[in-house]
Design a protein around this ligand. Structure first.
Ligand SMILES: Cc1cc2nc3c(=O)[nH]c(=O)nc-3n(C[C@H](O)[C@H](O)[C@H](O)COP(=O)(O)O)c2cc1C
Length: 169
């Protein structure tokens, strides 16, 4: 199914950056979920991007209630293309809906309330561990670095999927 628009939910901006980059690459209009609820008719086919919180793609359930979600992108700290099974399960994304994960980043200056507290607790917890696995070490570096990993190359997989959908129409 070919999407007619891109809809996103972003807390600190990484998912919005990916949504706008993708929109300019594949020529689709881009809306935040709130804007989309006002501007797009119910049942419109959309490609949905949401940030990942505890393996769950934020806003997916609301987007799926109102729109036909053709594919989902979760933006998290995880490496691009990883965590797929966990995210699909936690978000209850149907098996037939394509799912992609994209590495976003951390921007502490834009984190608020409970989200800020959770990241701070996770960072302190990992930093205070006497021993860390290689994965925990990498996660700690990511959490402490305030890095932005958004890049156009990470969108190659979703772009290939989109081009295939357009060809089949
Ligand atoms: C409270 C909290 C929980 C998070 N949980 C996960 C997670 O389970 N997996 C993951 O890969 N990233 C997780 N992240 C990282 C965010 O998904 C990442 O910072 C993402 O780039 C945020 O996107 P945004 O800037 O569009 O809001 C979490 C971030 C916060 C603040």
């Amino acid at each position: 199914m070919k999407p007619n628009a891109i809809v996103f939910t972003s807390s600190t901006g990484h998912t919005e950056q990916y949504a706008r980059l993708l929109g300019s690459r594949i020529g689709l209009r881009v809306f935040s979920l709130r804007e989309a609820e006002k501007s797009l008719s119910a049942g419109t086919s959309v490609l949905y991007l949401g940030w990942i919180h505890a393996s769950h793609v934020k806003g997916y359930a609301d987007a799926a209630k109102r729109f036909r979600v053709c594919a989902v992108c979760g933006v998290g700290l995880c490496d691009t293309g990883t965590l797929l099974a966990e995210v699909r399960k936690a978000t209850t994304i149907p098996a037939q809906t394509p799912l992609f994960t994209l590495q976003g980043g951390i921007d502490r200056s834009r984190l608020k309330g409970m989200n800020k507290l959770m990241i701070s607790m996770l960072t302190k917890g990992l930093a205070s561990q006497k021993q860390r696995t290689a994965q925990e070490e990498r996660m700690l570096t990511l959490l402490q670095s305030d890095a932005n990993y958004v890049c156009a190359e990470n969108l190659n997989g979703i772009q290939r999927w989109f081009e295939k959908e357009v060809t089949y129409i």
